[in-house]
Design a protein. Sequence first.
Length: 572
Amino acid sequence: MKKKDLRSHEWFGREGKMGFIYRSWMRNQGIPDDGFDGRPVIGICNTWSELTPCNAHFRELAESVKKGVLEAGGFPLEFPITSLGETMMRPTAMLFRNLASMDAEETIRANPLDGVVLLCGCDKTTPSALMGAASVNLPTIVVSGGPMLNGKYQGGDIGSGTHVFKFSEDLRAGKMSPRQFAMAEACMSRSQGHCMTMGTASTMACMIEALGMTLPGGAAIPAADSRRKVFAQLAGRRIVEMVEEDLKISDIITREAVENAIVVNAGVGGSTNLVIHLTAIAGRVGVKIELDDFDKLGSKVPLLVNLLPSGKYLMEDFYYAGGLPVVINELRNMLHVNVMTANGKSMAENVAETECFNRDVIATVEKPVQEAAGIAVLRGNLAKNGAIIKPSAATQSLMVHKGKAVVFENIKDFHARVDDPMLEIDSDSVMVLKNVGPKGYPGMAEVGNMPLPKKILQQGITDMVRISDGRMSGTAFGTVVLHVSPESAIGGTLALVENGDMIELDVPNRKLHLDVDESELARRSTALSQTDGESARGYVKLYIDHVQQADQGADMDFLVGKSGSYVPKDNH
Ligand code: FES
């Protein structure tokens, strides 16, 4: 690409007043003349924040990217965008995913950038940054921040999130003391990085690698491993070449790449959150995927990666076993391996020389951890636009189940009554939680894996069928039906369920049925009182007014698609 063809030339290559303005203020950072000599300007889009502990090491990582950009002859400029800390943000970080995507999109488009490196880690920071960048469609590469080292407690490994759910149930059942619980808290997060289970952050890191949006082999490198810095530095070098090659996001995220990401997610036992994020990302580049594609392409795929919450190991073990390239190589017959990836090579070339060092961590297709473990899409009168379940994290004996509904109207009602000794519930009941969807919560919180009632836990029961229009943490497990669409807050059938109604879950036949006849449902629907909801303003109002349902990726209707990088107007 010639200098004058670079997008940044529109700013830094200008003469007269505008050139003066664009360059002069930048010079206060100590930039010599040759910073503006027409070299590619690379934006380092940083989701660093001390309020996002999983991304708190990103300033250091950005330095490695810069080193690589400079080595390759580019001009790196780091900038912040809204960072979403999963463990901190109320009511849920998901409420702000679309906001952060708007921040990424507008910041990238408005500035003199030729290429972008996205630094992402914690759950929502990856989809938000990639959604925004995809709507601009410049040459872009993603650098994930890497997982934490394995948690260690009483001589064994413990995993982010997954063990929080387990320990808190043990505490409530009286199997763990408050002192042990406090000790576990101090042992779990012992290095920089994101959740080290196959939770949503690790799933997102695998997704970007399966999409081809990062350098191969990066997903599993622990954040604390020096090779994470090398990975960042090499990405810095590569993005300069990508600008020269004009290799844009839409050249990489194609229909085939999206299908690859679905298949790989099934193989790694990835989070249910991938469904919603991948749908939204694909929507930004104009690739249309349906909810049923996840089932069609993923549900028959064997589970190869033996990681919590579906298995027993953690991301550190995954890396030492060979990481994602081994999984991709195993699954190659189910993948479009000729797709172009960020390093300029095909996926087939990238995984040609992989080697597995631990078959207990990464299994083979012939002898998988579990057969046909990908996400299943359920339909029926209770979820006319679909709902999902992750069989690999569920109890097999509950995959076909009929039980009476125990209904919680909202999350407040759930917390108020779940441990009430008078609650009429037994292990065959089906727990139903309403009003936790995109508009209802708002933000579609990760509360779908609602904790079991104390009196059930005390009977030694560890799983029950649970249904909601919310999401669940990628680190969670259980027979949990999620993302029910349409959600109850807009009058979906879920809103009509009453205590004692029979509900039928039949995962093999993809069925989710409320055993109440149509005339009774119509009567209930007419009687349904319209919740006024909390009065919203600002971004939350915008979100509630425009967010789409879960099966469409919960993006805002006016954000779907891309408008490119061209900005015709000067700022002065
Ligand atoms: Fe940040 Fe899990 S809380 S990745």
